[in-house]
Design a protein around this ligand. Structure first.
Ligand code: GRF
Length: 197
């Protein structure tokens, strides 16, 4: 199975997925790490792991069609089976969503459908969870559609919000859960996909 990772920043989830492909937990290969942000740390990490990288900037394309064609060609060229968003901060063009129906997934650091949508990313998610007085939060892995954080939920992992916990402390704890949970869920998806073909 060939994986593509799309990221915009730090890329710690990419690293945990990469480790899982290296130690045998994930029977898959990361063929490509792509980003809209040339400064994403995750791109540097990918280069140091000898994984091909690609940077794309929508503004450099004359039209949305050209941009979509470019993205689709990139996935075709690398024979990508599953596209994994890991801190990717842009929407996926509708034609790509259709072509890769149920083959694009994302991770969100809260229990969707709560605390998702436009502008709900990074520390803001955890601040909102704490401000709302929720006793529970967690991680959601979901399929990607044209809207932010609205695709069908695949799996969730819950954790309690601790008394007096700050948003920063909660963010750290949730990120650690993501690092175990995302490779695990990807593994389950790959096993299901493998048995279908
Ligand atoms: C993670 O919290 C993930 O849930 C969200 O973006 C963050 C990315 O972190 N979608 P990293 O770049 O993988 O470190």
């Amino acid at each position: 199975m060939n994986l593509a990772i799309l990221l915009s920043g730090r890329g710690s989830n990419f690293e945990s997925i990469y480790e899982a492909t290296q130690d045998g937990r994930l029977p898959a290969k990361i063929r490509l790490v792509a980003s809209n942000n040339p400064k994403a740390i995750g791109l540097k990490t990918a280069r140091s792991c000898d994984i091909p990288t690609c940077i794309f900037d929508r503004r450099r394309f004359d039209s949305g069609k050209d941009f979509t064609d470019f993205i689709l060609k990139m996935f075709l060229d690398y024979e990508i089976d599953l596209i994994i968003l890991a801190g990717y901060m842009r929407k996926i063009p509708p034609r790509v969503v259709r072509e890769y129906d149920q083959r694009i997934i994302n991770i969100h650091p809260a229990l969707l459908p709560k605390f998702g949508g436009k502008g709900m990313y990074g520390i803001r998610v955890h601040e909102a969870v704490i401000d709302s007085g929720e006793k529970e939060t967690g991680v959601t892995v979901h399929y990607v559609n044209e809207k932010y954080d609205e695709g069908k939920i695949i799996a969730q992992e819950k954790t309690r919000v601790l008394v007096g916990e700050t948003a920063e402390e909660l963010a750290k704890r949730v990120l650690q859960i993501e690092h175990d949970f995302y490779p695990q869920v990807i593994g389950e998806i790959l096993r299901k996909t493998g048995t279908k073909s």
